[in-house]
Ligand binder design. Structure first.
Ligand SMILES: [Zn+2]
Length: 337
């Protein structure tokens, strides 16, 4: 069984390109029985992980993702069928860092049984993770918004697959390298797009605090109405405080998220209107779930491109009232007005 302590970050990062198949610290994985390897079944949680596993493993894997489009991982409760699916899989990849809040106990039990169940975000070096306000002192689990961090998670997936299924190690290694090269290009794309916005206009207001890593990496200030987990509800006071901030700073657009009910951000829009500021809904962002399969946001790379393009389009242009344009210094992350 792999524990976080044994699947250390250092070697997982060093795993690109996959130098060796041994996992760090002499960790041993319970390999699925040889007979089961004809068809390798991989269970995953969020779509961002499902997509990466499919891209790395190709047709060699039968990937079963639990959470489809529009599903909020913070609130997702496993069905009996999900638990069977997890139990039957040869390996499980999930986000960890308490992203899948209601799956924590189930996954802990499965790991105890010796099955390889890998929290991919927990392979990221701790000094690149950040703590989230109001999340019990835990790390913010939304690491996929920093593409360079998600690339580390992809390396972890590739290394683990190669270790578990050595007969396909060459293919998994090549798949991982290819995919990580695409992620490097994606990271450059997001950086370039973000820089087209003047710093003062890089303010992102969303339904929940999912974009902290995005803010750090690409130079935005972010504010979410709800905290890092949607399990914490926003109060009327939060709506008013955020609306005042948006009005005071003449922020042009705020954003709904595909996995969070739109009513929360629409309430902020209404409150701004009551203040005399007509803020627009700048579009729908894919924060904690991919879009429908076959649509542009149906892959991780497509989701990231959709998000940055939507954000830059909605926030660009001259600020409505130059006299009140604020001077943005620093990128105060995760603050709430
Ligand atoms: Zn979230």
């Amino acid at each position: 069984m792999i524990r976080r302590a044994s699947l250390t970050r250092r070697q997982l990062i060093a795993a690109a390109p996959l130098a060796g198949l041994a996992l760090a610290g002499g960790a041993t994985l319970n390999r699925p029985a040889a007979g089961a390897r004809a068809g390798i079944t991989v269970a995953t949680t969020v779509g961002m992980i499902t997509d990466v596993v499919e891209r790395i493993g190709g047709e060699r894997l039968n990937v079963k993702g639990l959470m489809g489009p529009g599903i909020d991982p913070h609130l997702y409760k496993p069905s009996a069928g999900d638990i069977r699916l997890l139990g039957d899989a040869d390996v499980i990849f999930y986000g960890g860092l308490h992203l899948e809040g209601r799956l924590v106990d189930t996954l802990a039990k499965i790991r105890k049984s010796g099955k390889a169940a890998i929290p991919v975000s927990e392979s990221i070096p701790e000094d690149r993770l950040h703590k989230a306000d109001g999340f019990g002192g835990a790390h913010d689990p939304h690491v996929w918004f920093d593409v360079s961090l998600w690339s580390i998670a992809a390396a972890t997936i590739g290394t683990t697959l190669a270790e578990l299924f050595p007969e396909h190690a060459g293919a998994f290694g090549a798949g991982t390298e290819r995919y990580r090269a695409e992620l490097a290009a994606l990271d450059a794309y997001v950086t370039e797009r973000a820089q087209r916005l003047p710093a003062a206009q890089r303010v992102l207001v969303t339904a929940h605090d999912a974009f902290g890593y995005f803010a750090n990496r690409y130079g935005f200030e972010v504010m979410g109405l709800q905290g890092v987990s949607t399990a914490t509800e926003a109060g009327a006071g939060d709506v008013q405080t955020l609306a005042k901030y948006i009005t005071d700073h003449r922020i042009r657009a705020i954003f709904v998220e595909s996995s969070v009910p739109h009513a929360t951000i629409e309430a902020v829009q209404q409150a701004c209107r009551a203040n005399g500021w007509d803020v627009r809904i700048g579009g729908e962002l894919f924060s904690d779930a991919l879009g429908q399969r076959g649509t542009p946001a149906g892959t991780y790379i497509g989701m990231v491109r959709h998000n940055i393009d939507t954000i830059v389009t909605a926030l660009s242009g001259d600020p409505a009232t130059p006299a009140t344009r604020r001077t943005a210094t620093g990128h105060e992350r995760g603050s709430r007005a």
